[in-house]
Design a protein around this ligand. Structure first.
Ligand SMILES: Nc1ncnc2c1ncn2[C@@H]1O[C@H](COP(=O)(O)OP(=O)(O)OP(=O)(O)O)[C@@H](O)[C@H]1O
Ligand SMILES: [Mg+2]
Length: 268
């Protein structure tokens, strides 16, 4: 059974902007998928639909096998941890601790369980010591970390993350990638950060109102037409090796990590 399934989903905002046009997509349980595409491509719209926050007028959305309807939206929403693109849409409690604890408390967990989950999530998001700070006064990157902690504390089987690494410092970005790699659940991550996307996911969906590509990164990296139409740029590592391959007349798949690149170079 798919964790998330969209069949012919179209979505038009009340002002007439069509954000999605017949999108069909199925994400398996435990799968990690990257969602990329230019500004305004509909990534956030798609994530909000999958999080049962928006219900499309056209098409079918299924969350862990159940069809999303207005009536069931609130119940289905509990299966999903959703990180908003803008942390100001997510954090609203008077202290960081309260904010991270909001979800677990709402789930009516015991006080001990709430304490434990909040402490773990705060550790994973790298914001120990921030517990009594006022979220509203934090820097953008700090707010993002609080929002990430809030999502992690819910321990939902499905995570939908909208630009999770935007505004994080390099160490924060690295730590978050490692945390996400260690989680067992289904993860869909919308991002402009191809390097992060490649590290986290084998499968990548390129969206531009409609799906331009759905497959593995290896295939996408060899497809300049799709990369171009989605305003994507290869990370410097990939660019360098692709250019070197061309000039040297070599034959190898474009490496996606430093380790893969080293292997190619050592072999040559
Ligand atoms: N509340 C809204 N009302 C009207 N139009 C909207 C609304 N939210 C988004 N849009 C429009 O829908 C389209 C898709 O927007 P969306 O935010 O989903 O794109 P995105 O791929 O997430 O972009 P970005 O990379 O900039 O985050 C855009 O043209 C946007 O202007
Ligand atoms: Mg967006």
């Amino acid at each position: 059974m798919a964790a998330l399934k969209l069949t012919d989903v179209s979505f038009t905002y009340p002002d007439g902007i069509q954000a999605l046009d017949r999108v069909s997509l199925s994400i398996g349980e435990g799968e990690r998928v990257a969602l990329v595409g230019p500004n305004g491509a509909g990534k956030s719209t798609l994530l909000r639909i999958m999080a049962a926050l928006n219900i499309p007028a056209e098409g079918i959305v299924e969350i862990t096998g159940e069809r999303l309807t207005k009536k069931d939206a609130e119940r289905l929403r509990r299966r999903i941890g959703f990180l908003f693109q803008d942390p100001d849409d997510q954090i609203f409690m008077p202290t960081v601790w309260d904010d991270v604890a909001f979800g677990p408390i709402n789930m009516q967990l015991s006080a001990d369980e709430v304490e434990g989950r909040v402490a773990r999530a705060i550790h994973m998001a790298g914001i120990e010591g921030y517990e009594q700070r006022v979220p509203h006064h934090l820097s953008f990157g700090e707010k993002k970390r609080v929002a990430i902690a809030g999502v992690l504390a819910m321990q939902t089987p499905i995570l939908l993350l909208d630009e999770p690494t935007a505004n994080l410092d390099p160490q924060g970005r690295r730590d978050l990638v490692d945390v996400l790699k260690s989680l067992p659940g289904t993860v869909l991550i919308a991002t402009h950060d191809l390097a992060v996307a490649m590290e986290l996911a084998k499968r990548v969906v390129v969206l531009k109102r409609t799906i331009l590509f759905d497959g593995d990164f290896g295939t996408l990296l060899e497809n300049p037409a799709i990369l171009g139409s989605a305003n994507l740029e290869l990370p410097p590592l990939c660019k360098l090796l692709a250019e070197w391959r061309k000039r040297m007349g070599k034959d190898f798949a474009i490496p996606q990590t430093v380790e893969e690149a080293l292997e190619v170079l050592m072999r040559s």
